[in-house]
Design a protein around this ligand. Structure first.
Ligand code: SF4
Length: 323
């Protein structure tokens, strides 16, 4: 069976005074229908750029190269503009941390959702409005008929995020890219929004790429996890294996930096490098407690390490050779 999405050797770069700077390097992964995949890393790791490039939303003069294959047959990076417009919103939808950036402050939320329905489905007027109201009900907003007539500033942060989710799901997309969808919310609302995403995935069979800096969020809903550092994929595997037995020192450090009962969080020393100043070799080596000579000289490739788990680390390669 073809993957829903197959990304091969994706590179995203921007021009600078000294030449092109890569913010995403040699990224390859697949997403299967209905799957919830987490993309985790600190800010600046390239995860949001990855999300944007999947919808070909990298603003010029930035560029995305490589291949993003949709349903096994369509190349998103060279898709004609007309087809790209029909793909966005209808087949691939995206939600962000701040719903204000995506909602029009001058339109009622019902009208905005109905507009999406009119744009991508053969429904007009009252029928599109009714669908918008029905979707507001599905995201568990109270009194959806009344709420549909309100403007974004009349809603709470949690309600706005539910409206964004309603707008994203109203055309029943095959893939939702959710970029830090719960970061601006308090913990109780976070849990509710994640449960809602899972519920809608079950109803619509929508695959979700959940982008987050927070392993707690990823662990709550994802089946599979990809960990990015300095523009590269450094570990991938099932959520259960990656969270319980991480194989890459960066993943281990990220997990140790989380507040957990009975343990003092250990912040990762130092900062992630600027894309234009990435160190040679393994980009994590200046912060890695296990670094050895080779780490500053060569870039480790992703290694298959049993089951679904892969990690890009010379330590793991050395262990494998000694087995
Ligand atoms: Fe650390 Fe070296 Fe592994 Fe990089 S390759 S994570 S520096 S041990």
């Amino acid at each position: 069976m073809d993957s829903l999405l197959k990304v091969s050797d994706l590179r995203v770069s921007f021009p600078s005074r000294t030449g092109w700077v890569e913010v995403v390097s040699n990224l390859s992964f697949q997403i299967q229908p209905s799957e919830i995949v987490g993309l985790v890393g600190e800010s600046g790791s390239g995860k949001s750029m990855t999300g944007l490039s999947l919808m070909r939303l990298i603003a010029p003069p930035g560029r995305a190269q490589g291949s993003i294959l949709w349903k096994g047959s369509e190349e998103i990076l060279t898709m004609p503009p007309r087809r790209l417009r029909s793909l966005r919103g209808a087949e691939i939808a995206m939600i962000f941390q701040d719903p204000f950036t995506s909602l029009n402050p001058l339109m009622t939320v019902g009208a905005q959702i109905a507009e999406n329905v009119q744009l991508h489905q053969n429904l007009k007027g009252k029928a599109a409005w009714n669908q918008a109201v029905e979707m507001l009900e599905r995201v568990h907003l109270p009194s959806p008929e009344t709420l549909a007539k309100r403007y974004p500033h009349q809603l709470s942060g949690g309600q706005r995020q539910r409206v964004m989710i309603a707008m994203a799901f109203v055309c029943q997309p095959a893939l939702l890219i959710a970029d830090e969808p719960t970061t601006a919310l308090d913990v109780t609302l976070q849990v509710q929004i994640l449960a809602l995403l899972k519920e809608l995935r079950d109803q619509f069979k929508t695959a979700i790429l959940l982008i987050s800096h927070d392993f707690g969020v990823i662990g709550a809903v994802c089946q599979r996890v990809m960990v990015m550092y300095a523009g590269r994929l450094v570990e991938t595997g099932s959520a259960r294996d990656t969270l319980s037995a991480p194989l890459h020192p960066y993943t281990q450090a990220l997990l140790e930096s989380l507040p957990t009962p009975g343990a003092i969080p250990q912040p990762i020393p130092g900062q992630p490098p600027e894309p234009s100043r990435r160190p040679d070799g393994c980009a994590f080596h200046p912060r890695c407690r296990f670094a050895f000579d080779r780490c500053s000289q060569n870039t480790p490739a992703l290694l298959q390490l049993g089951g679904e788990q892969q990690a890009a680390c010379f330590l793991r390669e050395r262990e494998q050779k000694h087995l």
